[in-house]
Design a protein around this ligand. Structure first.
Ligand code: NDP
Length: 288
């Protein structure tokens, strides 16, 4: 069925730097068609220097709201009027809602990550031990979720150590019962930390479609069978990181379920309609 656009159609969309491979326009427009809503979801590829103007344009063009993706989840905040509480604590937004010119930032990655672990990884976070690779906007949401759900220990490895330090400073006061360790990617204790962990997450952009031969963890012997290995990347569906983890006998999960669950929450904020995760995953079967 083709969607008809009229003068009354409300616009929602996606702002990011390289979004040609994003599945969000497909997912959201499938939901719109299925439920016959008068909305249309559009991709907006925006250069970093134009980000402020693009977000101003949400008001000017009366766009109902947008998703914000890589690499603007932190930077977008400076152009907003308000932040929902968890987005403020996390310091990153992936959703903007426009209420009559007032732009509010939300972070639905938190619920997206949590639901993907519950439903697809069947992973209980409480009292577990995790290693997170990366300390960017997505990592902040992932780490916040794990802390909120009572993880015992998190070790963050990042190239720019100051970003990991900032996460520790920002989050520790809210979660004193969990221990947060930070390390530079160059440190060689990464394998030891993974040995003690139940969950390993790639929250770096290493391994995305433009660099499929790359992995954040070149030593294939780092993985073990008692690990749930999660790559936030969903294109390609199986990164080198996940292929190596699978070969080592680890359980793996890619970024698609998180994309779907966070997308459903964003969709609800714009439209008031919340489809089931299972239903949306079914809709996109064969595409992703
Ligand atoms: P950011 O730009 O905020 O962060 C990128 C991260 O990757 C930083 O930790 C950065 O390290 C690291 N990194 C990038 N290149 C290198 C490199 N060559 N060597 C070492 N580290 C590197 O991006 P986001 O956090 O927004 O996104 C990260 C990934 O997560 C992307 O692939 C994105 O598509 C995916 N994502 C998926 C979602 C989903 O729903 N499935 C949701 C959100 C994100 P440094 O700080 O040192 O620069």
């Amino acid at each position: 069925m083709k969607k008809e656009i009229s003068g009354k159609t409300k616009i929602i969309g996606l702002i990011g730097e390289n979004i040609e491979n994003s599945l969000s326009p497909f997912i959201h427009n499938q939901i719109i068609i299925k439920y016959s809503l008068d909305f249309c979801y559009l991709p907006f590829q925006v250069a970093e220097t134009d980000l402020g103007e693009a977000i101003q344009g949400i008001r000017a063009l009366n766009i109902r709201g947008v998703n914000i993706t890589f690499p603007y989840k932190k930077k977008a905040i400076e152009f907003l009027d308000e932040l929902e509480e968890s987005a403020r604590r996390i310091g990153a937004v992936n959703t903007i809602v426009n209420n009559e010119g007032n732009l509010t930032g939300y972070n639905t990655d938190v619920i997206g990550f949590k639901k993907s672990l519950q439903y697809n990884g069947k992973f209980v976070i409480k009292e577990k031990n995790a290693v997170i690779l990366g300390a960017g906007g997505a990592a902040r949401g992932v780490i916040y979720t794990l802390l909120e759900e009572g993880i015992e220990e998190i070790s963050i490895f990042n190239r720019a150590l100051e970003k990991a330090e900032r996460i520790k400073q920002d989050f520790s006061p809210f979660f004193p019962q969990s221990s947060i360790n930070i390390f530079s990617f160059k440190q060689d204790n990464i394998k030891d930390k993974i040995k003690e962990a139940n969950l390993l997450v790639n929250a770096t952009s290493i391994g995305m479609a433009s660099q499929i031969d790359n992995t954040p963890l070149p030593d294939e012997n780092s993985f073990h069978p008692n690990l749930l290995v999660y790559d936030l990347i969903y294109h390609p569906a199986k990164t080198l990181f996940l292929k190596q983890a699978e070969r080592a006998g680890a359980k793996i999960i890619n970024g698609l379920p998180m994309l779907v669950y966070q997308g459903i929450e964003s969709f609800y904020l714009w439209t008031g309609l919340k489809p089931e995760g299972k239903e949306v995953l079914e809709m996109i079967k064969g595409i992703a």
